[in-house]
Write a protein that binds this ligand. Structure first.
Ligand SMILES: C[S@@+](CC[C@H](N)C(=O)[O-])C[C@H]1O[C@@H](n2cnc3c(N)ncnc32)[C@H](O)[C@@H]1O
Length: 264
């Protein structure tokens, strides 16, 4: 008989290896639910930067993508890569989770897929013109500078690296979409990771918090220049909730931060 357990939520240290192992397991177990819950909003071939619904077709944060080699990191079911391909780019969609990539295959076999960890990219130096990530990998790794250095290595000179993460200010509030999510409950400055662990104390889900200043320093330490920091406002058309992201909170505090960087 399979023993059901309720993971315990806590804040504690989690290193590179434990974080990657937890992410792979969690996304493999939860990919079906993620895609059935959010697939319609994400669209099969749309490029959305986060729950606010900021669309790359409107934002143009990557610049001109036509004819460019683009690496999408933490691609999930590769919806963004499919949009990039439709614009004339040559995308490669990379993800740690086998199950997420199976969803990519279910939607279509039109984009090259790579199963790998963002902390060790299996590509030659200077393989891509652009790299992007919508909430993929960066929030889940213990050492984001390691990822950024890898991204820098595989980018050609002047290449753009654009990634979105949960806005750091959200870490000071409960992850709730309603009014209970509007009162500060934790220190913004506490970088201790959020961890869900099983009965043996092994992490089954890990998310890492970096303050806004940490993120800027990480970008620079990774060999990039910060070109823009976009904080999408909640649009009137978007009435859906996505976990702790909701119209109520989105109208008051930012929920997503999109970092636009260029290879220094
Ligand atoms: C919130 S989902 C975002 C997926 C997709 N970008 C989207 O917008 O739907 C995060 C994705 O990052 C992937 N991921 C987490 N840690 C990773 C890592 N270290 N390397 C590569 N992918 C990772 C997960 O497997 C998951 O598919």
């Amino acid at each position: 008989m399979i023993q059901e357990y309720e993971p315990e939520a806590t804040r504690r240290h989690a290193g590179d290896v434990e974080s990657s192992r937890a992410s792979r397991g969690w996304w493999d177990r939860n990919a079906d639910e993620y895609q059935s819950e959010h697939g319609a909003f994400l669209g099969d071939d749309r490029f959305v930067w986060g729950p606010e619904g900021l669309d790359e077709a409107d934002a143009g944060l990557l610049g001109d993508v036509e004819g460019r080699d683009v690496l999408e990191i933490g691609a999930g079911a590769a919806q963004c890569s499919r949009w990039l391909a439709a614009q004339g780019a040559r995308p490669v969609a990379l993800d740690l989770s086998h199950r997420q990539l199976q969803h990519a295959l279910r939607i279509g076999r039109d984009v090259p897929l790579v199963e790998a960890d963002a902390t060790a990219l299996p590509f030659r130096d200077g393989s891509f013109d652009l790299a992007c990530s919508a909430y993929g990998a960066v929030p889940f790794v213990a050492d984001p500078v390691r990822v950024f250095k890898e991204v820098r290595r595989v980018l050609r000179p002047g290449g753009r690296w654009v990634f979105s993460v949960t806005h750091p200010i959200r870490w000071a509030f409960p992850d709730e979409p309603g009014p209970e999510g509007l009162s500060v409950s934790a220190s913004y400055f506490d970088r201790t990771p959020y961890v869900e662990q099983d009965e043996e104390g092994d992490a089954v889900y890990v998310e890492h918090h970096r303050t806004l200043g940490d993120r800027v320093r990480d970008v620079v330490a990774g060999g990039f220049r910060l070109v823009d920091l976009v904080e999408p406002e909640w649009p009137a058309w978007n009435t859906q909730e996505w976990g702790g992201w909701s119209p109520l909170r989105g109208n008051l505090i930012p929920g997503t931060a999109v970092f636009v960087c260029e290879r220094a």
